[in-house]
Design a protein around this ligand. Sequence first.
Ligand code: TRP
Length: 326
Amino acid sequence: MKNSILSGIQPTGELHIGNYLGSLKNFVELQDEFDCYFCIVDLHSLTEEFEPGAAKRKQILDIAATFLAAGLDPAKSTLFIQSHVSAHAELAWIFNTITPMGELERMTQYKDKSSRQQANINAGLFDYPVLMAADILLYKPTHVPVGHDQIQHLELTNTIVRKFNHKFGQTFNEVKIYAQKPLRIMSLSEPERKMSKSEPGSFINMFDEPEEIHKKLAKAVTATDAPAGQMPKGVANLFELLTHFGSPADHERLMKEYQGGTIKYSELKQVLGDAIANYFAPMRVKRAELEKNPDQIIKIFTAGAKKAQIVAQATLAEVKQKIGLI
Ligand code: TRP
């Protein structure tokens, strides 16, 4: 049987170029090799502060359009929205009853998020990894491509697999992390930290207009202290971005200038800004077109949900039968 993949992205705002390299770009490549399910995890996104109504709807539509503009293809992959497939919430409930509180209390993402949003430590935030386990196991994928920050959640998913099988009989197989190349896309303003959308000035979004990209790069820090003979972190980050988005010839030329001490950072930033703007130009056009026609986006994701429901319902039926629900 073909190996299969499930992954999810939260609709919480525009993706920055680090998010793109870390997730969507890989997803697009994986489509030809695996049977893929890609899910917009809107229910997960309710665990953080958000503006209800039109603003939330826009976040969901934006990420759906971003999936399509980046090259996720409904003819190859199953693209859907989590809340359209009610089996996710149902299976999460069942998994709740076999997940020890102590396991959830250990989750570092829960600890991080609850320290960041102390006024809103809701039960959903605590339960987040159980819903994630349900997202995954409904489709019985062999692999799950996620970033390093999600490894602990996948380990919990595999704990749930073992507990479920032990209590109710062999039903799920443990999933493997689809190891993505570790990426170090750093903040433009504080290059010791990762690029993050919670830090203004640190990121460039996938769909920023060229002028915006150049403006953000102009402010990027290059003059950080570095031990003698080492490239300052901010400069290294600009070169790293150039390897992803620019031409090898530009990279080589600018690197030689750096080594020869003749580099002008303004030129590095100009070349990099053009490279990023050009790289995303076709996606920018495609997304603008899609956003003019939200009904079309909804149609594609509704069709995806129909496909996902068939698989999810079969798993849920098997689970209920094993447990003895009638
Ligand atoms: N927790 C994941 C993240 O923040 C998002 C997610 C939810 C997910 N459900 C998933 C990722 C299932 C992979 C598989 O990145």
